[in-house]
Design a protein around this ligand. Structure first.
Ligand code: HEC
Ligand code: HEC
Ligand code: HEC
Ligand code: HEC
Length: 494
C-alpha cells in the first residue's frame, strides 16, 4: 500500500469522525425506547440520547451502507460477527476512530441487541451481469483460485462460493464497497485490525501486493454473474480446440467433483479438497508430478496400476464412491488434465513435492487426547467442533473430516502418517507449516480416531479386515476408542 493511499484513507476516517461528532452532539429525537421488544432497532435508528448517535446515518436505514465510501453494508452479517466487530472497535483492536468512539458508549447488552437486529436486516445479493474490467478479471482469478505461489488460498475458500460468507465467523465480502475492502486489507497488512481469528486475514493480506489488493477489491465490489475467469484469464493458457475443452473439463471435475461427476461420488468431498490449488500444489499430491510415475507396482493392489487405476482408487476410497469406466469422459478428462499439468515434468522420476510430506515420527507417541486440543484450537473454526465441516449457498465449503460424509476406511488419508504429512504442509488453510510435527501427528491421530464409512474391501468382520488390509500399528482401524471398535459400525458424526 502506498503512502498516498494510507493518507487518503486517513482523510476519509477524519471525515467520518467529524460527521460523528456532529451526531453525538445532537442525539436522536426518540428519548424513550419505544419498542421494548426491539432495543436493537431503536438504537440503530435513533441512537441512545446524549451517548450514541444513530447507526443508520452512516450505514443506511436497511444496513445498505453508503456507496463510494468506507461506510460498509451491514445487512447480511451474522450476529456473532457483528458483536465481535463492535467489541473489537471498543477495545481498539479495530482502528476506525469514529467506530471506536461510538462503541465506547455502548454497553455489552446494547451490543448484543444491535448485533441481533443487524443480523435480521434483509440482505441484497443481486449480482449484476456486468462486464468486468481487466483489473477485476485478475481479481476474480484471485478470489476464485488464490495466489498459491505465495501460499494465498482462494478468497472464496473461506468466504463461500460467491463470497456470501460462511457461518458466523467468515463474513460476506462480495458487493461491499471497493474503498471499504481496500481499507480492511490495508489495516490487516499494517497489523492494525486484530479482530481476525487465528491471524487468518493478517497472514493473507500481509502477502498481497498493492496491485493484487486493488484487483481483488475491484472484483469483489462489482462482481459479475457471468463468470469470466474460466473463459478468460485462467483459461488463457489452455490449448485451443478439443484438447483445450477436455483439459478444462478435467479441471472442472477435479475442483467441482460434486457438480460434474456426482454418479461416482458417495460423500461430500471434491478431489481438490486433498489435492489443493487445482491439483498443482507441491506436497499436496500434485497431479503433474504423479502422472509420470505410472504405471507402477503398488503394495495396496499388489499389481502394476495404470494412472487410470490410481484415479479409480481415489474415487472408491477417498470419495467413497465408484470408479468411472476407463474410457468414460470423466476419466478421460481427468487423465488429460493431469497429462497437461505434467508437461515439461520428467517422466518416471520422483520430483520434489510429489505425493505428501513424510513426517518423521515425533518424540512423544502421537495421542488423540493431545490432538483434540490442537483440533479445537486450529481446525474447528472451519471444520466445526464436530468435524462435520460447513456449507454455504448449499455447497460444502469446509469439508467433513470424519463421519458418513467423509472419506472411508480404505482411503490413504485414514492413515495417521499420511494425514500428518498432508496436515503439516496444507492445514490450517492459509497457515501451512505452522504446526509442529508433534501437533500434526497428534491431530491426525485424533481425526482418525473417529468412525467413517466402511472399507469397501471389508471382509465379514473387523479383525479379518484388519488382518488383510490394516495390518500396521500406525493404523487405528480395529482399535478401541472410548469403548467403540473403529470400523465396526458406521455411525453419524462421532
Ligand atoms: C459516523 C459514521 C458511523 C456511524 C454513526 C456508525 N458507523 Fe459503523 N462504521 C463506520 C465506518 C466508517 C466503518 C468502517 C470502519 C473500518 O474501516 O474499519 C464502520 C464499521 C462498522 C462495522 C463493521 C462492519 C464489518 O463488516 O466488519 C459495524 C458492525 C458497525 N460499523 C456497526 C455500527 C453500529 C451498530 C452503529 C451504531 C451504534 C454504527 N456502526 C454507527 C461509520 C459509522
Ligand atoms: C483462510 C480463510 C480466509 C481466506 C482464504 C480469506 N479470508 Fe477474508 N476473512 C477471514 C476471516 C476469519 C474474516 C473475519 C475477520 C474478523 O472477524 O475480523 C475475514 C474477513 C474479511 C474481510 C472483512 C469483511 C468485513 O466486513 O469487514 C475482507 C474484506 C476479507 N476477509 C477479504 C478477503 C480477501 C480479499 C481474500 C482473498 C485474497 C480473503 N479474505 C481470503 C478468513 C479468510
Ligand atoms: C480425502 C482426501 C482425498 C481426496 C478427496 C482425493 N484424494 Fe487422491 N489421494 C489422496 C491420498 C492420501 C493419496 C496418496 C495415497 C497414498 O499414497 O496412499 C492420493 C493420491 C492420488 C493420486 C496419485 C498421486 C501420486 O503421486 O501417486 C492421484 C492421481 C489422485 N489421488 C487423484 C485424485 C482424484 C482424481 C480425486 C477425485 C476423484 C482424488 N484424488 C480425491 C487423497 C485424496
Ligand atoms: C481456515 C479454514 C480451515 C482451517 C482452520 C483448517 N482447515 Fe482443513 N480444510 C479447509 C478447506 C477449505 C479444505 C479444502 C481445501 C480445498 O478444497 O482447497 C480443507 C481440507 C482438509 C482436509 C482434506 C479433506 C477432508 O475432508 O479430509 C483435511 C484432512 C483437513 N483439512 C484437516 C485439517 C486439520 C487437521 C486442521 C487443523 C490443524 C485444519 N484442517 C484446519 C479449511 C480449513
Amino acid at each position: 500500500m502506498s503512502r498516498v493511499r494510507y493518507f487518503l484513507f486517513d482523510c476519509v476516517r477524519t471525515l467520518a469522525f467529524s460527521v460523528l461528532i456532529a451526531l453525538q452532539a445532537s442525539p436522536g429525537k426518540s428519548d424513550e425506547n419505544k419498542n421494548p421488544g426491539e432495543p436493537g432497532r431503536s438504537i440503530y435508528n435513533s441512537g441512545v440520547p446524549s451517548r450514541v448517535g444513530p447507526c443508520m446515518t452512516c450505514h443506511g436505514l436497511q444496513g445498505e451502507g453508503i456507496e463510494g465510501t468506507t461506510f460498509p453494508k451491514l445487512a447480511h452479517l451474522g450476529a456473532a460477527y457483528v458483536a465481535n466487530q463492535l467489541l473489537a472497535f471498543r477495545s481498539k483492536d479495530r482502528p476506525d476512530p469514529a467506530m471506536q468512539v461510538i462503541t465506547q458508549g455502548l454497553t455489552d447488552s446494547e451490543i448484543t441487541a444491535l448485533a441481533d437486529y443487524i443480523s435480521q436486516l434483509p440482505p441484497s445479493s443481486e449480482i449484476p451481469k456486468a462486464q468486468l474490467s481487466e483489473k477485476a478479471i485478475r481479481g476474480e482469478d484471485i478470489a476464485k483460485n488464490g495466489l498459491w505461489d505465495k501460499g494465498i488460498p482462494a478468497c472464496f475458500a473461506c468466504h463461500g462460493p460467491s463470497g456470501f460468507g460462511i457461518g458466523e465467523i467468515f463474513p460476506k465480502i462480495t458487493l461491499q464497497d471497493k474503498s471499504y475492502i481496500l481499507q480492511q486489507l490495508s489495516d490487516w497488512k499494517k497489523d492494525a485490525r486484530k479482530s481476525d481469528r487465528m491471524n487468518l486475514m493478517r497472514t493473507i493480506a500481509g502477502k498481497l501486493s498493492t496491485e493484487e489488493a486493488e484487483a481483488v477489491s475491484a472484483y469483489l465490489s462489482a462482481p459479475s454473474s457471468q463468470s469470466q475467469t474460466y473463459k478468460t484469464s485462467v483459461v488463457k493458457s489452455f490449448p485451443d480446440g478439443e484438447m483445450g475443452r477436455i483439459i478444462r473439463l478435467g479441471q472442472e471435475i477435479f475442483t467441482h467433483t460434486q457438480d460434474n461427476a456426482k454418479p461416482y461420488v458417495g460423500n461430500d468431498l471434491q478431489c481438490v479438497n486433498c489435492h489443493l490449488d487445482r491439483g498443482r500444489r507441491p506436497n499436496s499430491s500434485p497431479l503433474g508430478a504423479a502422472y509420470g510415475m505410472y504405471p507402477a507396482f503398488r503394495k495396496k493392489t499388489n499389481r502394476v496400476d495404470t494412472f487410470q487405476d490410481r484415479i479409480a482408487g481415489c474415487f472408491q476410497y477417498s470419495m467413497n464412491g465408484k470408479a468411472p469406466a476407463t474410457d468414460s469422459e470423466v476419466m478421460t478428462a481427468l487423465v488429460t488434465y493431469s497429462y497437461w499439468l505434467a508437461q515439461g515434468v520428467p517422466l518416471g522420476a520422483k520430483i520434489e513435492g510429489q505425493g505428501y510430506l513424510s513426517l518423521p515420527r515425533p518424540a512423544r507417541k502421537p495421542s488423540a487426547v493431545a490432538g483434540r486440543l490442537v483440533f479445537e484450537r486450529s481446525c474447528s473454526l472451519c471444520h466445526g467442533l464436530d468435524g462435520q465441516g460447513q456449507a454455504s449457498e448449499g455447497k460444502t465449503v469446509f469439508p467433513p473430516l470424519w463421519g458418513p460424509r467423509s472419506f472411508n476406511w480404505g482411503a490413504g488419508m485414514h492413515k495417521p502418517d499420511r494425514a500428518a504429512g498432508f496436515i503439516k504442509a496444507n492445514m490450517p488453510l492459509g497457515l501451512a507449516n505452522t504446526l509442529s510435527n508433534q501437533e500434526a501427528w497428534d491431530v491426525a491421530v485424533y481425526m482418525n480416531s473417529h468412525e467413517r464409512p466402511p472399507d469397501p474391501r471389508s471382509q465379514d468382520n473387523v479383525p479379518n479386515t484388519k488382518k488383510d488390509f490394516h495390518d500396521s500399528d500406525a493404523c487405528l482401524y480395529g482399535t478401541k476408542v472410548d469403548g467403540h471398535v473403529l470400523g465396526s459400525q458406521v455411525t453419524s458424526s462421532q
